[in-house]
Design a protein around this ligand. Structure first.
Ligand code: G3P
Length: 216
């Protein structure tokens, strides 16, 4: 399973990348706004900086809603760097745009996915990645991890090549459960990635080894 970090914060991206386990980055308009990135030039420059920091797929989301505008905007985003993946919302126009980018050899990430039906459509359009939002489904009392398992089963049976990118990850347990359910990628906040490191028995064991090492 690939690990992406889900943030536009450069310090966090660098920290995750320094671990040596990072395969890519996902962003969205909310995450960009949180970092105070405003205006076309600043947005494009920020994506360029992320591409220079991390050698992996970097999702950059279109802000347009019509097919024509998504294609025009996605072309500009894709021109920033060969690792840019054009992130497109799961809408009728979005599906058409994904098909256009597929036909033109540009990678896409279909976002805001909440059902298996949407997952089938995105795969038919040739999306490189599919982003089901686990945490937001959990918020509505639907099990987000169950959706990952259902889509993984469908994609295997049907031979779809689209990679399942579990998004809206909130906890380290989400990452483990998504790995079990067949996600190809998890995009996670830094805290959830670092949370995987933690176990009290590791801390207790290490403290004892350090103490005993003094007696050697
Ligand atoms: O990857 C999608 C993510 O950024 C949304 O997360 O926590 O706002 O549902 P959240």
């Amino acid at each position: 399973m690939k690990f992406f970090i889900d943030t536009a914060n450069l310090a966090q991206i660098k920290e995750a990348n320094d671990l040596g386990i990072l395969d890519g980055v996902t962003t969205n308009p909310s995450l960009m706004a949180k970092e105070g990135i405003k205006g076309n030039e600043a947005i494009l420059n920020h994506y360029k900086t992320i591409c220079e920091l991390v050698d992996g797929d970097i999702s950059a989301e279109v802000l347009s809603v019509t097919y024509e505008e998504m294609v025009a905007e996605g072309k500009i985003l894709a021109a920033i760097h060969p690792n840019i993946v054009v992130k497109i919302p799961m809408t009728k126009d979005g599906i058409k745009a994904i098909k256009w980018f597929t036909d033109n050899g540009i990678k896409t990430n279909c976002t805001l996915v909440f059902s298996a039906g949407q997952a089938i459509l995105a795969a038919k359009a040739g999306a490189t990645y599919l982003s089901p939002f686990i945490g937001r489904l959990d918020d509505t009392l639907w099990d987000g991890v169950d959706l990952i398992a259902q889509i993984a089963n469908i994609y295997t049976i049907q031979g779809f090549q689209t990679e399942i990118l579990a998004a809206s990850i909130r906890t380290p347990l989400h990452i483990v459960k998504c790995a079990e359910a067949g996600a190809d990628v998890c995009t996670c906040p830094l805290d959830s990635i670092l949370g995987l490191l933690k176990h009290p028995l590791t801390d207790i064991g290490l403290a004892k080894f350090i103490e005993d090492a003094k007696k050697m």
